[in-house]
Design a protein around this ligand. Structure first.
Ligand SMILES: [Zn+2]
Length: 293
């Protein structure tokens, strides 16, 4: 292996007395990861010959590359270029509340009784963010970033208006049934989620007005495309990715995943939320198990 052990970054510097723990954890992680590479006898290696990449993870470069090798582009190449940076960002993202990075799509539903505990009405923030009706609600955890984003947009002459935010399972059921009645099931499936399968049930997804094709190319659209990631908001259903996300292009639909996660998404997953959430769905537990703290 050509990679030498990196110096810890200032924020994560650890004493040399921790080396034994790091090496022990590396051996433990090797056992965890052995399933990824049954042909390799990980236990036969000397830990000194297989240095860990990042002080927070007992992972070698080879183990990390194996974890990402079958993922869609650009992840494998990006991780190969900057494995330590990947783990640095992953370290922050793994600290997030699990629901913020929970995969909710056509294959991964929420239970009917799932309802976030910290919902707040946007009418409590009247004058700081536009909303279509007083009952529009989001999780309190996303409010600071939502308001900061709205304020900066306003300074640029863009007045964001929240058309739709938290939606309960039963509300989504009504909505989807109405779309099916109007457009047929096949068409409705492409732009609306069945109950339980909507990111809106998480309380962290927001649709900006106007919902529909007329949103494309508006000042709001262009501003959000450029800036939303800086406030932790990620476009869930990008153009041309219906086969990946299950939904047509929805330039108005953003999900808050936090600023560390949008950074990770941009640098390693080509800005494609679905790829990152699928990766975390599959590998977050393995990464957590390989954490040293
Ligand atoms: Zn939406």
């Amino acid at each position: 292996m050509s990679v030498v052990r990196s110096a810890p970054s200032p924020g994560t510097r650890r004493g040399t007395g921790r080396l034994f723990k790091i090496v022990s954890a590396a051996a433990a992680a090797a056992l965890v990861l052995a399933g990824c590479n049954a042909a390799r006898d990980v236990n036969a290696e000397e830990p000194e010959d297989d240095p860990v990449l990042h002080s927070s993870f007992s992972l070698t470069e080879e183990q990390l590359l194996q974890m990402v090798q079958s993922q869609p582009d650009p992840l494998p190449a990006r991780v190969a270029e900057q494995p330590q940076r990947f783990l640095e960002l992953a370290d922050s993202v793994l600290d997030l509340e699990h629901d913020f990075i929970l995969l909710v799509d056509k294959q991964h539903p929420l239970p009917p009784d799932y309802q976030p505990a910290d919902l707040v009405s946007l009418s409590d923030y009247h004058g700081r963010i536009g909303y279509a009706a007083a009952d529009r609600a989001v999780r309190e955890a996303i409010v600071d970033d939502l308001l900061a984003m709205a304020e900066e947009a306003r300074e640029d002459g863009v007045h964001l208006l929240v058309q739709s935010a938290y939606r309960s399972w039963s509300y989504q059921q009504t909505l989807f049934s109405n779309y099916v009645a109007r457009h047929g099931e096949e068409a409705a499936e492409r732009f609306s989620a069945r109950p339980g399968h909507s990111q809106h049930q998480l309380g962290t997804a927001v649709d900006f007005a106007p919902i529909g094709h007329q949103f494309t190319g508006t000042d709001d659209d262009l501003w959000l495309r450029e800036n939303a990631w800086r406030f932790g908001f990620s476009l869930s259903y990008p153009d041309g990715l219906e086969a990946v996300t299950g939904y047509i292009y929805e330039p108005w639909h953003y999900r808050w995943i936090g600023r560390d996660a949008t950074q990770l998404e941009r640098e390693f997953f080509g800005g494609i939320q679905q790829y990152m959430l699928e990766f975390l769905h599959t590998h977050a537990d393995t990464l957590r198990a390989a954490r040293i703290d």
